[in-house]
Design a protein around this ligand. Structure first.
Ligand code: GAL
Length: 455
């Protein structure tokens, strides 16, 4: 497929995404409080080789260089997150002026260079002081989070128009409170369901706060999603895939859309009931200006008797002999097209934006160059699928690459490299990869240069 940037229309937002804990470092500097990720990744045995985000990409000191590089690559929109415990060390109460100053500098620097800042309010790094009180499992989180959102809007709202409430609630509640493989490392269904319900309430409440305090702002929230297919064309596998789809793709967006939790297709969600209070159903709903779709792969699902809560298992990509990334995720470009169609069917959101898509491949540096053909191909093919969906009437209005630089990939540490820009974590040297130059060229106006990409 051949396409140019202009095929997406002038109002289409192109950008890159990052998250505070994955890039900033400066974990204990200038009055920052600890987050659950500071504690988790500095606990033995929790992450790949015990790696942590204490320094990460040292964005705390190198932000100006990195944002200038973004500008050189013609990237017009930058999505980053605020570290809650950097600006409010205990999660509530006294603010940290140095932390606020840091985000002010990022915002101002972006604006000076003509880059539009998009702020994610919560990308998984809960203040540790709040986790000590139960974190997302404590219903009080609605008050803590609301105060935090109000504070951010008061502090940064005069210069920032685009706001994202949560990053992927399914992942931080599932991996962090059910499986225990992400911070804070809690396990079990009760922890998960409590955290999930409170996150679902916070995403809507956050949306209401932004809209009421900042008329004219554009507010959304993001969801992780994977295209789900049944392993065999058999009733048991099809039903299993419906359950996994309800859990991974529908559990957080449907209450927001005013449809309630998808209990009919996933009975275990009945167990949310003890956490649901009078009036919650309407509180869960909010008509976001946009939904952030975050997609990387598809999952193939079969029935299984070994997993009593969901009676399903995922058939790993490795076992299916398909091309995979360093994350062992299948490369399957059509998945993003399918997910855009799926999310487009929810009626009460104004538009969709792909707020994350990208891939980790084993990059090699030769003569100070990184020729990452696979990533280039991945991005090109996924963007083509976004265009296909758009041409079929899907209301998608943006695409952000995950990620700008290589960074700390949570429990997987520094091994998976997702960046358009390579980072040497010993020296902090940056090298723009071929995919970075390719994206930069693509983002040049077609009037200046007719950027035609061939498959
Ligand atoms: C998303 C997450 C990002 C990043 C990416 C790649 O789930 O929001 O922080 O880690 O996956 O795995």
């Amino acid at each position: 497929m051949i396409y140019t940037k202009e095929d997406f229309g002038e109002d289409f937002k192109w950008g890159v995404s990052t998250a505070a804990y994955q890039i900033e470092g400066g974990y204990n500097l200038d009055g920052k409080g600890k987050s659950v990720w500071d504690v988790f990744s500095n606990t033995k045995g929790k992450t790949f080789l015990g790696q942590n985000g204490n320094i990460a990409c040292d964005f705390y000191h190198r932000y100006a260089h990195d944002i200038a590089l973004m500008s050189q690559l013609n990237i017009p929109n930058y999505r980053f997150s605020i570290s809650w415990s950097r600006i409010t060390p205990n999660g509530w109460g006294a603010a940290n002026p140095k932390g606020i100053e840091f985000y002010n500098k990022i915002i101002d620097f972006c604006l000076d260079l003509g880059i539009e800042p998009w702020i994610t309010l919560y990308h998984w790094d809960l203040p540790y002081e709040l986790e000590k009180k139960g974190g997302w499992t404590n219903r009080q989180i609605i008050n803590w989070f609301s105060d935090y959102v109000q504070f951010c809007i008061k502090t940064f709202g005069n210069r920032v128009k685009h706001w994202i409430i949560l990053n992927e609630p399914m992942v931080f509640t599932g991996a962090g409170y059910f499986l225990g493989v992400h911070a804070p490392g809690k396990k079990g269904l009760t922890n998960f369901l409590a955290a999930a319900h409170h996150a679902a309430l916070c995403q809507a409440e956050g949306g209401r706060i932004v809209r009421s305090m900042l008329p004219g702002s554009i507010v959304g929230t993001t969801f992780s999603c994977s295209y789900i297919e049944a392993f065999r064309d058999k009733k048991q596998d099809i039903l299993a895939s419906t359950r996994v789809d309800a859990l991974l793709n529908r559990m957080f967006v449907e209450p927001l859309a005013g449809m309630g939790y998808p209990i009919k297709d996933l009975k275990l969600l009945q167990r949310l009931e003890p956490f649901v209070k009078d009036g919650d159903e309407s509180r869960l709903a909010f008509d976001m200006d946009f939904i952030g779709v975050q997609n990387y792969t598809r999952e193939v699902v079969a029935w299984s008797y070994l997993t009593p809560l969901i009676w399903a298992k995922i058939i790993a990509a490795k076992k299916r002999n398909v091309e995979t990334t360093v994350m062992n995720w299948e490369v399957y470009p059509e998945c993003i097209y399918q997910m855009l169609h799926k999310f487009n069917a929810y009626k009460n959101f104004n538009r969709l934006i792909v707020t994350e898509n990208g891939a980790a491949f084993p990059d090699v540096v030769i003569d100070n160059k990184v020729n990452d053909e696979k990533r280039k191909k991945y991005l090109h093919e996924h963007i083509a699928q976004v265009l296909k969906a758009k041409q079929e009437g899907v209301n998608v209005k943006g695409y952000f690459v995950w990620s700008f630089t290589d960074n700390f990939e949570w429990a997987e540490g520094y091994q998976p490299r997702f960046g358009l820009v390579h980072v040497d974590f010993q020296t902090q040297q940056r090298i723009v990869k071929s995919s970075g130059y390719w994206y930069g060229k693509f983002l040049q106006s077609a009037a200046l240069e007719n950027t035609v990409l061939k498959n």
